[in-house]
Design a binder for this molecule. Structure first.
Ligand code: CTP
Ligand code: MG
Length: 232
């Protein structure tokens, strides 16, 4: 039987956030941001282990108490220069340590998406567990889309028909994802690597709450969402 593993790439610096502390450690409701993603993944009965991929130079992880998650949490100090490198290095390390089989499912989830809910996570797993390719959580684009010319003037309006915003988790079998990531460059998500093999990952409907904390104002929004959930 294939198992399900989560892999959280958390080796970025958060340059668009503009803070000295890497954004995965910024305080969100009294916890480092990455805590919230780990917590949701940890609570799923379906997930065997959670691999966290940190930068080799990480100085912050050990400042926090992770003992609540010790049953499932496995930390690797093998992050790379891009997100794709961090994911691939994490997969390679897990395989070297015999923690993974080729047919196991990997759910790659950004440390910077703290508002993932258990409901969306379980739906993703259930929708894809028998899928040939795998897939990801995503939301249909809501806004009207403008293509600019080089001078920040509108060149034309893009149709938003069939356009989706990719989120995470992105769920693929270990062997396929490893092969795909070995064969691509300049990608910002896992699905793009699989698409480059000519495959068509499945889009599983998500919601806007599972947004990625990228800019300073996103942090305040994530905090409001988490506070509301804790005190409905
Ligand atoms: N990530 C990673 N290794 C990298 C770059 C990014 O593990 N070399 C991780 C981030 O820590 C984050 C996820 O990939 O959990 C999504 O990336 P993003 O939101 O772009 O985070 P950063 O790269 O840290 O931010 P920025 O692009 O603003 O620098
Ligand atoms: Mg980045």
């Amino acid at each position: 039987m294939s198992k399900f593993f989560a892999l959280i790439p958390a080796a970025g610096s958060g340059s668009r956030m503009g803070s000295e502390l890497p954004k995965q450690y910024l305080s969100l409701n009294g916890k480092p941001m990455i805590y919230h993603a780990i917590n949701t993944l940890y609570q799923s009965q379906l997930i065997t282990s959670i691999f966290v991929v940190l930068a080799p130079s990480d100085n912050d992880w050990l400042k926090y108490d992770w003992s609540k998650f010790s049953e499932k949490l496995i930390v690797f100090l093998c992050g790379g220069t891009t997100r794709a490198d961090s994911v691939l290095n994490g997969l390679t390390t897990a395989k070297k340590r015999n923690l993974l089989d080729a047919s196991d499912w990997i759910l790659v989830h950004d440390a910077a998406r703290p508002c993932l809910t258990s409901i969306r996570l379980e739906k993703l797993i259930n929708d894809l567990a028998d899928d040939e390719v795998g897939g990801l959580l995503a939301v249909p684009v809501a806004d009207t889309l403008k293509r600019s010319n080089t001078k920040d003037r509108i060149a034309h309006t893009e149709s938003r028909e069939n356009l989706w915003q990719a989120q995470t988790p992105q769920m693929f079998r270990c062997a396929l994802l490893t092969h795909a990531l070995h064969n691509t460059m300049n990608i910002t998500d896992d699905a793009s690597a699989v698409e480059a093999l000519g495959l068509q990952p499945k889009l599983v409907l998500s919601d806007a709450y599972n947004f990625k904390v990228t800019y300073p104002q996103d942090l305040a929004l994530a905090e409001l969402i988490i506070q509301k959930r804790n005190n409905p």
